[in-house]
Design a protein around this ligand. Structure first.
Ligand SMILES: NC(=O)C1=CN([C@@H]2O[C@H](COP(=O)(O)OP(=O)(O)OC[C@H]3O[C@@H](n4cnc5c(N)ncnc54)[C@H](OP(=O)(O)O)[C@@H]3O)[C@@H](O)[C@H]2O)C=CC1
Ligand SMILES: N[C@@H](CC=O)C(=O)O
Length: 388
């Protein structure tokens, strides 16, 4: 039996713990489902990593999941004596460690961190200087740097999976890759790409609860970024629009996007998450007024990412809050649902391509990552297929 050996970067985080728990319930050797079961041999946080070349011991007792899944602190305590923990100065030390263990060419890294420069460097090193594979839910390496970085990372598609960076529960990214490969020019995109902001809009539209209460809910449900200001300043949606546009062939960067935050900029400069959550209470009345005003116009509000290719070849990228009819394709979205409407030469008029799916949450994201991992298994379809 050949294992798919996995190292989870950020495995102790919200999505990371859910990912671990789903893999342990369904994808390891104990599930007896796949010819190449998943074997988690390493798990990192921001300071170091746990490693066991035969597989982390935490995997052996899926019945303990409930003891560690819901809190990072209890997870860290649970892990303390199970396997060896190595501190690192630089994430690239991990790559060297794996090579020294004689495991080069056998690893899939799953990036569930929100890291920036150090993760960009790690992704580049893995793709340029090793034969390992990366599957990422972290959008930063593909979006906040130059198109060259995007091009380098995605040049070996079989070694770089990024389906979960946009609409984690759907096939949006692979559809856009298909348009690129078939030379089908994307003319227009309109999308709601944020589970957090979608949930906020749908709940504010109902009335009854304040903006800050709903945001707190979204944070508890794991929809928000590690710092929710990255949702509210529109950067998370802009990153997704950049990843989409680069995927269908556009040389676009953050400065090309007309970006309007969800709330006033004056609330968006607080680094401490608890202080930030307290301060945004100041935006409650303004957000209520905006939704009341839209309602008086027979409209509602949605946070929309838009790309349009003009006849003269110029393209426009916009991200912001827009009034839309409540029964329109984006105005009718509920909860954390995401939707992307794409127009190309073939897919236009009443043949637009529309993809809708849940866009956020640890469960959806972890499932998307597992799906991408499993799609790479050579032995996936050779298992003992059971019908019940
Ligand atoms: N929530 C969702 O619905 C979705 C999330 N994502 C993405 O998933 C990622 C993780 O989100 P979430 O689980 O909520 O975040 P958390 O903050 O809960 O977890 C982040 C994890 O990454 C580790 N980490 C942070 N920085 C670094 C670094 N520089 N190097 C190595 N490890 C690091 C943290 O370790 P430590 O504990 O030491 O800080 C922690 O284990 C984000 O990039 C997010 O955009 C993508 C799609 C959907
Ligand atoms: N914070 C993001 C998580 C997924 O990318 C969102 O709300 O959509």
């Amino acid at each position: 039996m050949t294992y798919q050996n996995v190292v989870v970067l950020g495995g102790s985080g919200n999505v990371g713990r859910e990912f671990m728990s789903q893999v342990m319930r369904h994808d390891t050797v104990f599930s007896k489902k796949h010819l190449n079961p998943t074997n988690i041999i390493g798990l990192t946080d921001s300071k170091g990593f746990w490693f066991n070349r035969h597989g982390l011991n935490i995997q052996k007792n899926p019945e303990n999941i409930y003891k560690w899944r819901d809190s990072k602190e209890t997870f860290n305590t649970f892990m303390r004596d199970l396997d060896e923990y190595h501190q690192y100065d630089n994430l690239c030390d991990l790559l060297k460690f794996i090579q020294d263990e004689g495991m080069a060419g056998e690893i899939v890294f799953v990036d569930i961190t929100a890291g920036k420069d150090d993760l960009r460097d790690f992704h580049l090193k893995v793709i340029n200087d090793s034969e390992e594979t990366i599957i990422t839910a972290n959008k930063n390496p593909l979006s906040i740097y130059s198109t060259d970085v995007f091009g380098t990372l995605t040049r070996f598609r079989e070694r770089y999976g990024f389906l979960c960076t946009v609409m984690a529960g759907a096939n949006a990214v692979s559809n856009l890759l298909d348009y690129y490969d078939t030379s089908e020019i994307v003319k227009k995109i309109e999308a709601c790409f944020s589970g957090t902001l979608g949930y906020l809009c749908a709940e504010l539209e109902k009335g009854g609860r304040s903006f800050s209460e709903i945001l707190n809910d979204a944070k508890i449900m794991g929809y928000t970024e590690p710092h929710p200001k990255d949702d509210l300043n529109g950067i998370d949606v802009a990153r997704k629009l950049i990843i989409c546009a680069r995927t269908f062939g556009h040389n676009v960067s953050m400065t090309d996007i007309e970006l309007e935050g969800f709330i006033d900029e004056s609330f968006l400069n607080i680094d401490d998450v608890d202080d930030f959550m307290e301060s945004v209470k100041g935006a409650d009345q303004d957000m209520k007024n905006k939704f009341d005003s839209a309602k008086r116009n027979g409209k509602t509000l949605r946070y929309i990412a838009c790309f349009e290719l003009h006849e003269n070849g110029n393209s426009v990228f916009k991200v912001g809050l827009r009034e839309v009819p409540p029964d329109s394709p984006l105005g009718s979205l509920k909860g954390s649902a995401n939707k992307v409407i794409v127009e190309t030469d073939i897919f236009c008029g009443d043949k637009q391509s529309i993809i809708e799916s849940p866009g956020a949450g640890p469960d959806v994201t972890a499932w998307g990552l597992r799906r991408e991992l499993l799609s790479r298994l050579t032995g996936r379809k050779g298992g003992d297929y059971k019908l019940t």
